[in-house]
Design a protein around this ligand. Structure first.
Ligand code: NAD
Length: 477
């Protein structure tokens, strides 16, 4: 069923500021190229007001009990589920992914609210025995303070909730800037929180010029903590700015995940899993598989089966039944896919797919490059789209060397039926996440984060609450 695309507003305390009251820019449906809404652009005064509002709201919110925070976050999870169809339609309409994937994102978001609701109850300090008789030494836990968060467009809902949920659970207030391309989903999530009893001002939402908003917020004296998900260059510049102003940061930046397929596997099964894993969300997934290194003995069979699966994927408008892959979220990604493909063809690599589809919308074929020069652009820049690279290898050491020969280290994957071979790969891979015989490495209850230039800190798991907490040591004589 079609729903109306909601009005987009800024949220600053009790104020809702719409596009009629500010300069604005269009929000575009990536499947049709049509304008579906208008986005208000926050002014410098709005940015200041949002930071001040979060600062005031924090003084009250930090005093709420963990029971109360748990109850509000659980209520928000129920409210999200109650609005599932409207929310799924909104995510698909602004981002493009098939409705089934949007529904999966909503369930994972509701579970993330629930996970951090319960983590709020499990954040406690400790008592350290004193060296002096009669003295008490306590380690107390406190919220870090108001948070500035920046979430990208590939998962319009859960990217925001992975920041909002732990911040609120810890007792922090937050100003969040979701991506300008996908503004609707986060606004619905905030409505769910308010409906569940969250006081106004604890969550504030800004849209506009990303650099102006991030600079303005990071410089604001009220803001104590920065959380960013997005590209490596932007993340590094925000981390540097945060450090200059003495603020903590969590950075969830890009990946370029290797997949090592050893020659003892069921090749047909791994190829089917690879296609399902690779082309989910049209490949716009930071922990998505990109560089497939396949052992020589199963290389030809794997490549043929993987290519067959890729060709069979039904690409189209994510709102239509039977569609397995939607458009890319913005035309920058289509242009990037075209650049990678032109470079691969110029270098003489094999290309399966590689073409834009249709005359409207951002559709691109599920694409595989094989037997490509390792110097090709796609090996060094995260494709962030429906593009897989497949290459053969002979020895395990060679696969590990190629897998690790990159500046980032978010996720990595190994397929083998041998426990010994799995262990050698797990030990050798330089990444924050390793999937063994699976492409799933993200759950609400497990830590998610990268090494090398993929960033620092974690979202998810009990580790996901820690960045929002500080410790206070108390010595009572
Ligand atoms: P981009 O770097 O311009 O933007 C990525 C995200 O960061 C967007 O949400 C954007 O609004 C935000 N952003 C950009 N500049 C900012 C600033 N100065 N302050 C605060 N936020 C800012 O790139 P893009 O064209 O949107 O995406 C391209 C690349 O970004 C992809 O190739 C991918 O590598 C990366 N990306 C990563 C993730 C992820 O989940 N880690 C998500 C989206 C994009």
């Amino acid at each position: 069923m079609a729903h109306a695309y909601r009005e987009i507003t800024l949220i600053i305390g009790k104020s809702r500021i719409g596009a009629a009251e500010r300069h604005s820019r269009p929000v575009v449906d990536p499947a049709t190229g049509e304008t579906i809404g208008e986005l208000p652009i926050a002014t410098a005064d709005d940015i200041r007001a949002a930071a001040e509002t979060a600062g005031r709201a924090y003084e009250q919110w930090r005093k709420t009990s963990s029971h109360q925070r748990q109850s509000i976050l659980r209520g928000a999870a129920a409210a999200l589920r109650a609005r599932r169809e409207e929310l799924a339609w909104t995510i698909t309409t602004e981002q493009g992914k098939p409705l089934a994937e949007s529904r999966g994102e909503i369930e994972a978001s509701a579970e993330t609210f629930e996970w951090f609701a319960d983590e709020a109850r499990r954040s406690y300090g400790r008592i350290i025995p004193s060296r002096f008789p009669g003295n008490r030494q306590l380690v107390e836990i406190e919220p870090v303070g108001p948070v500035a968060a920046f979430a990208p467009w590939n998962f319009p809902l859960i990217n925001s909730i992975r920041k909002i949920a732990p911040a609120l659970a810890a007792g922090c207030s937050i100003v969040i800037k979701p991506a300008e391309e996908t503004p609707g989903a986060t606004l619905i999530a905030v409505e769910c929180l308010l409906e569940a009893g969250l006081p106004e001002g604890v969550v504030n939402v800004l849209y506009g010029n990303p650099a102006e908003i991030s600079e303005g917020l990071i410089r604001s004296p009220e803001i104590r903590k920065i959380s960013f998900t997005g590209s490596v260059p932007v993340g590094q510049s925000l981390a540097a700015l945060a450090a200059t102003h003495g603020k903590r940061s969590t950075m969830e930046l890009g990946g370029h995940a290797p997949v090592i397929v050893l020659d003892d596997v069921d090749t047909a099964q791994v190829a089917a899993m690879a296609a399902a894993g690779k082309f989910r969300n049209a490949g716009q997934v930071c922990n998505g598989a990109t560089r497939f290194y396949v052992q020589r003995g199963v290389y030809d069979a794997f490549l043929a089966a993987f290519a067959d699966h890729a060709r069979a994927i039904v690409v189209g408008d994510g709102r239509k039944d039977g569609v397995q892959m939607g458009p890319l979220a913005n035309d920058r990604r289509v242009l990037a896919m075209e650049r990678f493909t032109a470079d691969a063809r110029r270098r003489g690599g094999g290309v399966v797919g590689g073409e834009r589809l249709g005359n409207a919308g951002n559709f691109f074929q599920p694409t595989i490059f094989h037997d490509l020069d390792p110097k090709a652009d796609a090996y060094h820049t995260e494709p962030f789209g429906p593009l897989a690279l497949v290459a053969p290898f002979d020895e395990e050491a060679e696969a590990l060397q190629r897998a690790n020969d990159i500046n980032v280290g978010l996720s990595s994957f190994v397929f083998s039926d041998s426990a010994k071979r799995q262990r050698r790969m797990i030990d050798g891979l330089q990444a924050g996440l390793v999937g063994v015989n699976t492409f799933t490495v993200s759950f609400p209850e497990t830590p998610f984060g990268g090494i090398k230039e993929s960033g620092h800190g974690h979202e998810g798991g009990s580790e996901g609450l820690e960045p929002y907490l500080v410790k206070k040591f108390v010595h009572v004589a």
